[in-house]
Design a binder for this molecule. Sequence first.
Ligand code: NAD
Length: 513
Amino acid sequence: AENFGIDTALKTLGISDSNLGTSTGSEFFSSGEEISSYSPVDGLLIAKVTTTTKADYDKVMDATTKAFATWRTMPAPQRGEIVRQFGDKLREKKEALGKLVSYEMGKSYQEGLGEVQEMIDICDFAVGLSRQLHGLTMHSERPGHRMYEQYHPLGVVGIISAFNFPVAVWAWNTALAWICGDVCVWKPSEKTPLCGVACQNIAAEVLKANNLPEGISCLINGDHKVGEYMTSDVRIPLISATGSTRMGKIVAQTVAGRLGKSLLELGGNNAIIVTPDADIKMTVIGAVFGAVGTAGQRCTSTRRLIIHESVYDTVKDAVVKAYGQLRIGNPLDENNHVGPIIDTDAVKMYEAALAKVKAEGGTIVVEGGVLSGEGYESGCYVKPAIAEAKNNFEIVQHETFAPILYLLKYTGDIHDALKLQNGVAQGLSSAVMTNNLREAEAFLSVQGSDCGIANVNIGTSGAEIGGAFGGEKETGGGRESGSDAWKVYMRRQTNTINYTTELPLAQGIKFDL
Ligand code: NAD
């Protein structure tokens, strides 16, 4: 079969017919049930992974807590050197891993490569950061005293990730956690377990070549029950969880119940505001890529276009015309724009959302539908759809993880558009298309977008790793990747040193003996 070199990629990544799903480094062991990973591209079985039992999990925790004792004593720049080598290994395996991401998850090969590039970029960022884990120094109020703060490694970081970025999210967390001196246990999505195995193999190769102990990078596999081993485990001070808001609410409560820390990266409901001063050509590119890229399965996918009435018909016609040119098909074939969505359950949710928007009074302007016939045998290929809707429709308030774009009309000024934009429970990514300085600044102001990401003349999707990534409200409030996101992976300590022979108390308190 013409499978675009998948077999070679699987071999390069050490994936066999049946990969055991639990590992503390180079060896795999597992005794749970099997998960079969089927490709949404052609519906074929790629390989099977064995889930992690509680006994397997306890073995992982023993190895990882032991590894932490060594790893944390290694100077941070030396840990950075390991991450540098890891980035190099990713460069070597970029094509193979990009292909596996495309084949197991369904995003285009270009986007698969882009995801691996993000992993490489975060490694580079982390290498530099390994020499910059700065704390502040401050002036003590007491004479002969020095005060400063320092950051120490936290311990085991539990990473729970979603299917839609099956490799990059792990790397965002791991590269930073490693240079911070932490060790990692990762549970990838049960929908993309082989991406987890492939990454674990790459990490293990680097760690082994440096004679580092087992347990610095660990993999566990399974569904939410395996995730819960970690969220309820007091040995894990930080849980970094990416996925739906539904999942985040459960994880947050479990972790808070034991006063652990959680870093949550949850769902979005992202909008582009198109003002009368927008560049229409740029708007169309940004909106269409935002809505149909990754078949609408990015947390930052554009779900809503909030268009001023004066340009509404122009924008609508241009976007509808662009949709007419979209080629839907095998994502490994670079001629196609849109690949499949993750599985047939997701297809059902897509169909239900389209039925719901109609039932609530919306008008479909680009018809959706499930594709069948040659090339679409997996049953996971759907047509990107557009509906005219109202912001208060229940379905518009909800994140449907599929290529459905809602057109909303606004009258009045930028503040009226912002009311619609902010009028949802999620707060991840947002954008305004305008050449008007007043509108752009209002959008970025204190009365502007309430999202973690606010862009001007860029769409909602495609963030760079250099900035802190995450969102507010039901998106969970976490930040990862660039800027000072590393601080959550460390514990902060304030130190005061007295180099005199007196013992003055703070606040001038007198206590004479
Ligand atoms: P999901 O919530 O179904 O699953 C995500 C992960 O959480 C999986 O590994 C799953 O096994 C695990 N999980 C689920 N319930 C759990 C529980 N109770 N305890 C522990 N672990 C549990 O999400 P999905 O369908 O894989 O991904 C799509 C969602 O992820 C969308 O909502 C999308 O917006 C969001 N997402 C957000 C970001 C972000 O950075 N904000 C990035 C990617 C995806």
